[in-house]
Design a protein around this ligand. Sequence first.
Ligand code: TTP
Length: 271
Amino acid sequence: MKAMPVRMRAGRMREQRVQKSDFDGLTTQHAMNSTVTDEPSVPLALASASPRRRELLAYLGVPFRIIATDAEEHDHLPPPAIVAALPPLALPLFDHPTLRAWRKAHAACASAPDSVIIGADTIVALEGDVLNKPVDPDDARRMLRRLSGKTHTVYTGLAVIDARRTDALPLFDLVASQVTIDTLSDADIAAYVATGEPLDKAGAYGIQDLGGRLVRSVVGSYTCVVGLPLVATWRLLRAAGMTGLRDPAEGYRRWLRDRGKEIPPCPPTLP
Ligand SMILES: Cc1cn([C@H]2C[C@H](O)[C@@H](COP(=O)(O)OP(=O)(O)OP(=O)(O)O)O2)c(=O)[nH]c1=O
């Protein structure tokens, strides 16, 4: 992305605008030519610093701005109405990805009072434990040793808030995909961790990059694993009244094509 002035706000909030002329990296040419289709009916904001989320959301074809917060680190109790509306999940409330997504979207409201705001959060769950982002390479090696040869669940929670109507309940979703990791030797793990790729990823792997080589199968949404399930995102944004969005299956195909990837067999792997 062309460096845009980043406005600092209280509470470590950063803001950028993503629009037609504003894509970078791997998909610059494709994104500029084919990603943004229309002006949205309501301004859209993504409450996330994740480059994966920014990239995937762009494939739904509407411009948006980015507001990154440190809200997921907050642990204050949310309002009871929010807790009651969360999709059921047999994990501690503090780890609930939809609650964490809500914390991000909620924290961004003051910066985008005219917008629909989407937050997302991804965790890896294995045998009742939650694996977040590793704190260091040792932690990444430990996580990958645990995931080796097993099937785990990747959950991505979504929260959409219309900041113009803060009295209304947010829209929530929780998407789960089953990922099976190959049996990995210590040398495989060491080589992968040495790439540095695992450090900013839940569960210490990135399926969309080199980590894809560690994965034997995905059952469910592929983009849930990457951090932003496109079909569920599309559905929530439509429910929030947004128009001009590209069909998510088409966005997924374009994203795969621009990354030079084959379309995984469908089903069991879906957008
Ligand atoms: C399992 C997996 C996770 N991930 C990423 C998605 C998320 O960016 C990250 C999980 O951390 P999150 O806390 O969900 O997100 P984040 O800290 O990157 O961004 P923000 O809080 O600002 O929204 O792991 C992949 O990129 N590929 C994968 O295969």
